[in-house]
Design a protein around this ligand. Structure first.
Ligand code: HEM
Length: 261
């Protein structure tokens, strides 16, 4: 308890109490309420380290106030060293101005109802973070699709996976022995459902086997039968990997009339 008294006691002018108890050298004396007078040699060893530390920033900033505090405290010659250091160590209570300012309010707490929330910093164009790294609701679920899907209902057994397994089945989907050089005049002869070719990005494909598998429907796909369908294809779905989808249907390469002969 003596160390607590040293910390918090302001009554440093009070004369030290003289212990009436005799201490037998070498015997253990428990540091009880009344045994320790702070003046014995053994008591000095038990004085806790100064708090704040002697070289701490807190002590440096509050040196003026603690100096005045100790100046106003009369010290008698009988006051122990521990008591003197205790008067210097009185914790200084900081005013609101001296305290660190509180952290800014989180964004949600600052929101007002009806007022749209400002774009968070991580969405700024200079940021490399994508919106998916935010805790906000994903944009995709809140926005309506710009255009309704024009996909058709495919017959059972004609889904994308069925097309993939047909491609890898080894069945002939080309209808030709070797890859050909095909001029536009030859291409336009293949414009019937049961014999439909189209050219996309310079490659000519037999699209007949793919017709029932096309998610956009047979009718749409037949619009490019017998001609160069590159433009219509790209306008409709440039993201579709036609080279991969129709690799098993490749019949040759589109060439100019003069080059074909
Ligand atoms: C010739 C090679 C073609 C291939 C391999 C092909 C393949 C595909 C594929 C994979 C899809 C589904 C796209 C998706 O899920 O996002 C699709 C959708 C579609 N395709 Fe094609 N397509 C071809 C040509 C064409 C052509 C020439 C047209 C004519 C305009 C067309 C019209 C459509 C339409 C309207 C859709 C539905 C798009 C939507 O989701 O709204 N396709 N096609």
């Amino acid at each position: 308890m003596s160390y607590l008294r040293n910390w918090f006691s302001l009554d440093t002018a009070a004369p030290p109490r003289v212990s009436t108890q005799t201490t037998i050298p070498g015997s253990f004396v428990e540091e009880g309420e009344d045994e320790d007078d702070g003046s014995s040699t053994a008591g000095e060893d038990d004085v806790p380290p100064a708090f704040p530390a002697l070289n701490s920033a807190q002590r440096a900033t509050s040196s003026s106030s603690s100096a005045s505090a100790s100046a106003s405290t009369p010290t008698s010659s009988s006051t122990s060293n521990a008591a003197v250091s205790a008067s210097r160590d009185i914790p200084v209570i900081l005013s609101d101005d001296a305290l660190m300012p509180p952290p800014p309010l989180p964004d949600l707490a600052r929101r007002q109802s009806g007022v749209p929330r400002a774009q968070p910093q991580i969405y700024s164009s200079s940021s490399s973070l994508s919106p998916s790294s935010s805790l906000l609701m994903p944009m995709a679920t809140t926005e309506r699709p710009k255009k309704p899907s024009r996909k058709v209902a495919l017959a059972p057994g004609y889904g994308p996976l069925d097309w993939a397994s047909l491609k890898s089945s080894g069945r002939d989907l080309r209808g030709v022995e070797t890859l050909l050089r095909i001029p536009p005049s030859v291409l336009k002869l293949h414009n019937k459902k049961e014999d439909a070719w189209t050219a996309i990005n310079g490659k000519v494909y037999n699209i007949t086997p793919y017709l029932p598998y096309h998610p956009g429907g047979e009718k749409e796909l037949m619009r490019v039968a017998g001609r160069d369908g590159t433009k219509l294809f790209s306008l409709t779905h440039a993201w579709v990997n036609v080279e991969f989808m129709l690799d098993a249907c490749l019949v040759g390469f589109l060439v100019s009339e003069s080059y074909a002969s």
